[in-house]
Ligand binder design. Structure first.
Ligand SMILES: [Mg+2]
Length: 235
């Protein structure tokens, strides 16, 4: 396993009380933009803006979701067009998305220990479902709660999507944890009153996630897979 003894203890503390495991999609499940890079998607979305609609942030960001947020600040109709285009590009990107190492082992660990898995994502529900179908993961994932609206305020770091997942699963928030690779995932989990496991898949993330009190931080999904096997389901 990666990490220190205290990392492993923090992970064990979260996993041993987790019956409902929520997975962020881009990061913990796959790298959706492995073949169609996010900066290319952001560039495509920018083309929907007129020159006077382009804020400095919209002009410079390489993050498609940030372009969407900027669109919503300008005009809801522009946000709707950007969201629809982004959905199309995300669905196209599924064909070249790269599975995250050991995510299949995490799903197997949940299945074997009787834990329920849901995917909670800022990416479009269409793209998430398409990816899960393509990779034979639909049966292992009990629920998908993802972007279906052109209102970015509903996306993480808002707790909105997590609250829907908790409600639809009839889950006890105290027995629920989100695995995410962004600080906004940790923040959304805090706001939803559930535990968080930060997936530190890039340098610097571990410290940043620890700083905002992620319940645990992992450097590889294999850490989580091993922990799920080691700690049986809570009573
Ligand atoms: Mg992510």
């Amino acid at each position: 396993m990666t990490g220190t003894a205290s990392d492993r203890a923090a992970l064990a503390a979260v996993v041993s009380r987790t019956r409902y495991l929520l997975l962020d999609f881009d990061g913990p499940v796959c790298s959706i933009f492995a073949g169609l890079p996010a900066p290319t998607v952001a560039e495509e979305l920018r083309k929907l803006f007129t020159p006077d609609q382009l804020t400095d942030t919209a002009k410079n960001t390489t993050d498609p979701i940030e372009v969407f947020i900027q669109a919503a600040e300008v005009d809801p109709k522009l946000a709707a067009r950007v969201e629809a285009e982004m959905t199309g590009l995300e669905v196209a990107a599924v064909a070249t998305a790269k599975p995250t190492p050991y995510v299949h082992e995490v799903l197997a660990g949940c299945r074997e220990s009787g834990r329920t898995v849901a995917v909670v994502s800022n990416n479009s529900a269409q793209a998430v479902n398409s990816y899960l179908d393509r990779h034979g993961l639909s049966d292992g994932v009990g629920l998908v709660v993802a972007r279906t609206s052109h209102d970015p305020a509903q996306l993480k770091p808002s707790p909105h999507l997590l609250e829907i997942a908790v409600q639809k699963l009839a889950a006890d928030p105290a027995a629920t944890a989100l695995v995410g690779d962004s600080l906004t995932d940790v923040e959304a989990a805090h706001r939803a009153g559930i535990a968080s496991i930060g997936y530190a898949n890039k340098p610097g993330k571990r410290d940043a996630m620890t700083e905002i009190n992620a319940g645990a931080v992992i450097g590889s999904m294999s850490d989580l897979a091993l922990s799920l096997r080691a700690y049986p389901l809570p009573d």
